[in-house]
Design a protein around this ligand. Structure first.
Ligand code: ADP
Ligand code: MG
Length: 386
């Protein structure tokens, strides 16, 4: 996933979408719909998620009613699920890079608007759960404040108007097809950050498609660049996961010299949905052996309809035996790059080794080395842990 068209237009203002772009709304929406449908004896299929991303609440409700042949009108269904969502607003987590982007633009004085198909009151409720968000936007436009939601350009045009600027000075950041269409129709520059990997082709009308907010390069648009990359790595808010090492897909990675100790992705589907696919690094602890440098890939597993990701940590150490079943704990503290396609196996292997060298070196920087002593890695397992 890389830049699609050469970029020449400079902008001064940024308009961001909320759900799926700044917030991991899908994960909460999936949980709510799953349990609602279960009570009706129906099974939520993550494929339906593709039909609700970026739609207005009523459109999304209509899609679910139709897909599951529910015995309600779309309005009735919407009124039944709205309170379930309202209970969960503060459980919706920011997506990777959202806080970083907001802080960066705000501290550099770049005017920023929020433009979402959700009603204004829902937007306000959602962002009130996140420190510093509300004050960072000089305008907030909800779907109920204009005649037509996205894919109509109205929301974005209204956002530009409220920032007292021209559409041509605005850069839109969007995850959905409807949002990209709306941004194009508003004659704004559009960066697409797909929340559903399968939609990448449909987003190609954007000026640029990036893997995640972590990969934004605002300087391409004449905006201040991020200053936080260090030696080819980006420090991220650390996250910690662990569990017994399980059998992977038997891809024979040991033959390639790159064994990856798999954790059960199912146990981490929520935390993984917040984190973009890509190459990360950090520290790995094996309960009986020690703490090692680690580089890992988070990726989409084609066998799971593109909603489940796998975690593939490669410990940067030579072991003389396997350690299946042992407790493995990871502190993931830095990002290197998006997942990419390679023309050949050799080039893939070469790139993984290069990522390994980048991680190996970066982990000696005091900033990253400090996490080697994280209690999560160094504390023994509690007795009760099973
Ligand atoms: P699988 O598909 O079962 O994960 P791999 O070929 O990826 O098989 O090998 C991974 C296994 O190899 C790990 O589960 C672990 O037991 C072992 N192993 C040996 N050395 C390493 C290493 N440096 N990093 C990760 N796993 C290793
Ligand atoms: Mg493996």
């Amino acid at each position: 996933m890389a830049a699609s068209k050469p970029v020449s237009k400079l902008v001064s203002h940024v308009i961001v979408d909320l759900d799926g772009t700044l917030l991991n709304t899908d994960s909460v929406a999936n949980q709510i719909l799953k349990s609602f449908l279960a009570k009706l004896g129906k099974k939520w299929d993550s494929k339906s998620a593709h039909r609700i991303v970026g739609r207005t609440p009523l459109e999304a409700a209509a899609a679910v009613v139709e897909d599951y042949q529910l015995p309600y009108s779309k309005e009735e269904f919407l009124s039944m699920i709205t309170p379930l969502f309202a209970d969960q607003w503060c459980n919706i987590r920011p997506l990777a890079g959202a806080n970083r982007l907001i802080k960066h633009l705000r501290s550099n004085g770049v005017p920023m608007a929020l433009a979402s198909n959700s009603p204004k009151s829902n937007i306000e409720a959602k962002i009130s759960c996140h420190n510093g968000w509300k004050e960072s936007f000089s305008a907030i436009v909800g779907g109920d404040e204009v005649e037509d939601g996205k894919p109509s350009p109205n929301i974005f045009l209204e956002a530009a108007k409220r920032m007292n600027t021209e559409p041509s000075s605005c850069l839109v950041i969007e995850d959905s097809v409807a949002g990209v269409t709306a941004g194009n129709a508003a004659e704004m520059e559009v960066i697409a950050v797909p929340s559903i990997p399968k939609q990448v082709d449909k987003l190609s009308s954007a000026s640029e498609v990036v893997n995640s907010l972590l990969d934004l390069q605002p300087e391409k648009w004449g905006l201040p660049q991020f200053e936080d990359w260090i030696e080819g790595t980006l420090p991220i808010e650390p996250w910690y996961i662990g569990g017994p090492v399980i059998k992977g897909f038997g891809r024979g990675s040991k033959v390639l010299g790159i064994p990856t100790a798999n954790l059960s992705a199912e146990s981490f589907s929520d935390i993984l949905s917040e984190h973009t696919s890509g190459v990360y690094f950090g520290w790995a602890a094996l309960s009986t052996r020690g703490i090692y440098k680690m580089v890992m890939n988070i990726g989409w597993n084609p066998y799971f309809a593109n909603t489940e990701k796998t975690i593939e940590p490669w410990l940067l150490h030579e072991f003389d035996e396997d350690f299946y079943g042992e407790e493995l704990r990871l502190a993931i503290i830095g990002y290197i790059k998006p997942e990419a396609n390679f023309p050949s196996l050799e080039s893939l292997i070469a790139r993984i080794h290069e990522d390994g060298r980048i991680a190996e070196k970066a982990l000696d920087l005091p900033l990253y080395a400090a996490y080697r002593d994280s209690p999560y890695l160094t504390n023994p397992l509690p007795e009760s842990n099973s």
